[in-house]
Design a protein around this ligand. Structure first.
Ligand code: ATP
Length: 247
């Protein structure tokens, strides 16, 4: 579903260019949930932002359903398929846009009709009732805001969701609710996830496989069973341990 080949992503220009991601490759099957873990600064968010089209400075190949993302310009059809949910729902929602405005605008941009009923359906899907439709971000809790951010991502009817630490800005009690919501949505909508988290418990709960990153490279790809330590071979790898200690 998502294929990444020989992906290098950089910041700045020579002679100050920094290659934050170097020659990375992985495949994610449709419906799979794939995690990226690794020490701080290893390039996890940089990969998500490139796949989301937020950083054009990359080389290699990024392909969704066989359709390549071009590095040189935004591609509407590609981005309809791929949506991102950011870590901080406080920052990712405009303070003066109501829930209705946020969802309505996204639906209109996608050229969709029956906006009213679609907004209601999206709110239902993320577990927010009608009463939330005309609220503004400051009238919502952190968890409710993240539900709105998830609804906004779903409004484009994506196939791939990029989740960048989607619960780490939330209280512990709310984190589990949002993770369960994301797990339910994946099953209900047949979504594919690429998830970044520094929390191995989150990755073990949410992901079928994971890649461990170090200094811009993938050093290992493991199944969630290996991560949980219940696979026959069960290598709690030195890379993974280093990644978790590197936080
Ligand atoms: N806008 C930028 N300009 C220059 N360098 C950047 C920029 N954004 C990220 N980097 C660098 O790219 C590298 C990878 O950063 P990235 O945010 O992808 O790491 P990460 O693995 O997601 O880390 P964390 O777990 O701390 O969020 C880091 O060395 C970082 O300093």
């Amino acid at each position: 579903m998502l294929r990444v080949e020989d992906l290098t992503i950089w910041f700045g220009q020579p002679p100050d260019r920094i290659d934050a991601v170097r020659g990375v490759g992985f495949d994610i099957a449709a419906g799979e949930s794939f995690g990226l873990v690794g020490e701080s600064g290893s390039g996890k968010s940089t990969i998500l932002r490139a796949v989301a089209g937020l950083n054009p400075n990359w080389s290699g190949r990024i392909e969704v359903d066989g359709r390549p993302l071009r590095a040189d310009r935004r591609d509407r059809a590609f981005f309809k398929t791929v949506q991102m949910v950011f870590q901080d729902p406080y920052a990712s929602l405009h303070p003066r846009h109501s829930v209705d405005a946020v969802l309505g605008e996204t639906l209109r941009l996608q050229g969709m009709d029956r906006i009213d009923s679609r907004i209601q359906k999206l709110l239902d899907d993320v577990g927010l009732g009608r009463g939330f439709r005309f609220r503004y971000p400051h009238q919502l809790s952190g968890g409710q805001r993240q539900r709105v951010a998830i609804a906004r991502a779903l409004a484009a009817e994506p196939r791939l969701l990029l989740l960048d630490e989607p619960t780490s800005a939330l209280d512990v009690s709310v984190q589990a609710e949002i993770l369960n919501l994301l797990a339910d949505l994946r099953a209900e909508h047949g979504l594919t996830y690429l998830l970044v988290s520094h929390d191995l418990a989150v990755i073990a709960h949410m992901c079928d496989r994971l890649a461990v990153m170090q200094q811009g490279r993938i050093v290992e790809i493991l199944s969630a069973a290996q991560l949980r330590g219940d696979a026959a071979e069960a290598p709690y790898s030195r890379h993974l341990i280093a990644a978790s200690l590197g936080r």
